[in-house]
Design a protein around this ligand. Structure first.
Ligand SMILES: Nc1ncnc2c1ncn2[C@@H]1O[C@H](COP(=O)(O)OP(=O)(O)O)[C@@H](O)[C@H]1O
Ligand SMILES: [Mg+2]
Length: 376
């Protein structure tokens, strides 16, 4: 049953945003204390890295006189340096014509009126030497030009930077990045994020020097009680004071890998059903046909071999172990060599489904792991 009250409660759960300006300022202080050296923030997927860059770090950067520039390297895996350059160029355009103004023409003074008033040339923005075409040189030139035009440092935010390591040209790219960040330390500060600790460590150590010399690797903190308190408060508002216990919510949040959007979705389901027990809420959420359909679609995008490997990992089996390979051997037309299993693991990691955790591999999505674990 969907009532107006339920609709109101849905949207108000969505409005819960947790800002962390102090965390952002602490990162900026770290950057300022070691010029030329980027920070590399690691946290699993969907815990809020991008949201933080976008809302909190960019805002704190602007407050400190920096010009934030964001590039998503995961979305541009085939051409990361071009993606960085594109972001810098957009920022340069925005400086020339701030977004929201009528347009370039409106701001450009008319320079020359023909003697008879017949020809009107609209003034061009001052032209500089063209930027180099070579992406590495272009990156360097853009960093300098942007800082100059802005009149302060650029805060370059490279999201999902571990994808740099998945490149054929990865080592060259990283060498460029490192050289520019070092040479242009008066112009640029950089924050990298990564959702694969392994991937991030790989790129940071691939630069030819130990990673601690290139970037400072930090664990990005997940949201804390503040978020959960806001959820319970909102729940109580909607349900005349009845709400899940904070302690129970803490357990659930940890259980789902501290993913705020997922947590909000589960609490919305609980609220719609008036359910205050997170265990029951989670069970309802997982049984929801949309949820199951989503997992099925994901599984269907894999081949049978990968699906079998993923399921084995979800059930806690060593992926290269005997039992896993016996299961794989049962698939029609498959010879499960170790090399084939390794390739499948690699593909599952790249797809973001598997991640290194502690000593072994684990599913990135805890709920999918539970779902697969239950459909043995
Ligand atoms: N501080 C926050 N407050 C409220 N919701 C958040 C916050 N951080 C993240 N979220 C929610 O979680 C979702 C996933 O976060 P995102 O930043 O994309 O994760 P990541 O970049 O780590 O994969 C966001 O779309 C947003 O709905
Ligand atoms: Mg992200």
């Amino acid at each position: 049953m969907v009532t107006a009250a339920h609709n109101a409660s849905m949207s108000s759960f969505d409005a819960i945003d947790i800002h962390r300006p102090d965390l952002a300022r602490s990162y900026l202080a770290l950057l300022a204390s070691q010029p030329g050296r980027p920070l590399a923030l690691f946290a699993p997927r969907r815990v809020g890295k991008t949201w933080f860059l976008d809302h909190d770090l960019a805002a704190a950067g602007r407050e400190a006189g920096l010009l934030p520039v964001y590039a998503d390297l995961w979305l541009n895996r085939s051409a990361p340096l071009e993606a960085i350059n594109h972001a810098l160029e957009e920022a340069l355009d925005d400086l020339a014509v701030p977004p929201g103004t009528v347009g370039r023409l409106a701001r450009t003074p008319v320079r020359k009126i023909g003697a008879l008033g017949a020809s009107v040339d609209l003034g061009e923005p001052p032209r500089r030497r063209n930027l180099p075409d070579d992406p590495a040189l272009r990156f360097d030139a853009l960093a300098v030009r942007l800082a100059l035009e802005h009149g302060g440092r650029v805060l370059l935010m490279l999201d999902e930077a571990q994808s740099l390591g998945e490149q054929a040209r990865g080592a060259d790219l990283l060498a460029t990045l490192r050289a520019v960040l070092h040479k242009r330390q008066d112009q640029v500060e950089a924050v990298l994020t990564g959702s694969s600790q392994e991937g991030l460590a790989r790129i940071l150590s691939a630069v030819g020097t130990p990673m601690y010399q290139f970037a400072q690797l930090l664990t990005f903190p997940v949201l804390g009680d503040e978020f959960l308190v806001r959820l319970t408060d909102r729940f109580a508002e909607v349900h005349q004071g009845r709400a899940p216990r904070l302690d129970d919510l803490r357990g659930l949040f940890a259980r789902i890998g501290c993913k705020p959007a997922l947590m909000r979705d589960i609490v919305k389901v609980m609220s719609a059903e008036g359910e205050t027990d997170p265990q029951a809420g989670l069970a309802h959420f997982m049984a929801d046909s949309r949820q199951v359909a989503g997992w099925q679609a994901l599984l269907n995008s894999l081949d049978a071999f990968e699906r079998c490997v993923l399921t084995a990992v979800a059930q806690g089996l060593p992926p290269l172990g005997k039992e896993t390979r016996a299961r794989l051997a049962a698939l029609p037309g498959v010879s499960p060599s170790l090399a084939k299993v390794r390739t499948a693991l690699e593909r599952l990691k790249r797809a973001g489904l598997l991640t290194r955790s502690g000593h072994g591999l684990a599913l990135e999505d805890e709920l999918l792991a539970t779902y697969l674990g239950a459909t043995r």
